[in-house]
Design a protein. Structure first.
Ligand code: SAH
Length: 364
């Protein structure tokens, strides 16, 4: 990392209160600073006009306030916006904005690449580079917000971009605190969702720290199939996954678990799969989100024919499962689920990238 100073956005407001108190500053300055950074979108300390002049210069000299710049923007015909963002060390990540009638969802990345290598996901093929810092997670919200039409604002944040959030838990928790704090982004907890492929030991620590929705990338109802789709299943098999989720009872009392199920032609889309999935979903408070596989790169995996998707959906619904079909958004710009990978053909060379050297050369 080329970062020389700490970044104000690496701290929740509570964390920042403690941190600046050690510098001899009044803790309430943390709320004021957060108001500028997150509510007004002002990053230059000199423009934070209700702070004393000495504090402003102290902030300018000893703190960073920005960690990501926009390197490319793709806009889909359906309104989805994907941005490639570049960090100080040249690392590149992608974030996706999904405007809908009543809400605007931002999908954020938590790692540069991913170590889990799920067989149907483009990010997996890209390998793992590093975790993102809290400031880099939060700057995705700050940068993407600047790309919205004037009257729109981000209403929902999903941790479903590149990477496995629960393998970067501390940074994710601190980022969620900034999203939820009324003096920062002030999102309601039910509007923030963290998705995991099933890093079981980290699920309870997440939910005990922050009251977010939990999404679990299920994709299969037998260990045999899930081992092949989500290699992490070999370490944390289905039985243990379900036991962990059931044991959350008290914590998730108000919120069902969201099971994400990517439908793949001939792999997990049969009537038996639907039957097992319905039984599994019924065994705890949950909702199922079906996502027909989005194709990418060299993958030979395909979505099922539409009729199969419809039948699967009806099978689940007729068994009393709460199920939704996620319409693919942004696939024309490779912004749909599982397509985030920074293809080399899309690389836009800008001065920041060439300065950064080899770290910027992403494959995918
Ligand atoms: N690592 C986390 C978050 C990132 S993936 C997780 O696994 O949950 C976000 C969602 O997109 C996951 O449910 C993932 O399984 C799904 N996904 C990945 N590749 C996909 C593809 N090619 N088509 C459809 N959904 C995909």
């Amino acid at each position: 990392m080329t970062r020389t100073h700490p970044n104000l956005k690496d701290y929740s407001i509570e964390g920042l209160r403690g941190r600046i108190a050690r510098d001899g500053l009044a803790p309430y300055r943390a709320e004021q600073i957060a108001g500028w950074l997150y509510q007004r979108g002002v990053e230059e300390p000199e423009r934070m006009t209700d702070l004393p002049v000495e504090l402003r210069s102290q902030l300018r000299e000893r703190w960073e306030t920005r960690s990501l710049d926009v390197s490319a923007v793709d806009r889909s015909a359906d309104g989805t916006v994907k941005a490639t963002l570049i960090a100080r060390d040249g690392a590149r990540i992608e974030s996706v904005l999904i405007p809908e009638e009543n809400r605007t969802t931002l999908c954020v990345s938590t790692q540069v690449g991913c170590s889990l290598a799920c067989s149907f996901c483009a990010t997996g093929a890209f390998g793992f580079q590093r975790n993102l810092a809290t400031a880099e997670i939060i700057d995705q919200v700050c940068r993407m917000r600047e790309l919205l039409e004037a009257e729109r604002q981000i209403t929902n944040v999903v941790f479903m971009g590149m990477g496995e959030p629960l393998l970067n838990l501390d940074a994710v928790i601190e980022a969620v605190r900034i999203l939820l704090h009324p003096k920062a982004f002030g999102l309601a907890p039910r509007r923030v969702t963290v998705s995991t492929a099933g890093v079981l030991p980290k699920i309870r620590p997440l939910l005990e720290s922050v009251p977010v929705n939990l999404a679990v990338s299920l994709h299969a109802t037998t260990d045999d199939v899930r081992d092949r789709l989500v290699p992490l299943n070999r370490r944390f098999p289905l039985r243990e996954l379900l036991a962990t989720l059931r044991a959350l009872d008290g914590i998730t009392a108000r919120r069902p678990v969201f099971f994400e199920y990517t439908l793949i032609d001939g792999v997990n889309d049969g009537p038996e799969d639907a039957r097992r999935l319905a039984r599994l979903a019924r065994s705890l408070p949950s909702k199922v989100n079906l996502i027909p596989m989005n194709t990418h790169g060299d993958s030979t995996l395909r979505p099922p024919p539409e009729a199969t998707v419809d039948r699967f959906l009806r099978d689940l619904a007729s068994r009393g499962t709460t199920v939704t079909l996620r319409r693919s958004r942004g696939s024309d710009i490779d912004a749909a689920c599982g397509q985030l990978a920074l293809r080399s053909s899309r690389r836009v060379v800008d001065p920041a990238v060439s300065r950064a050297g080899p770290a910027a050369a992403a494959s995918g």
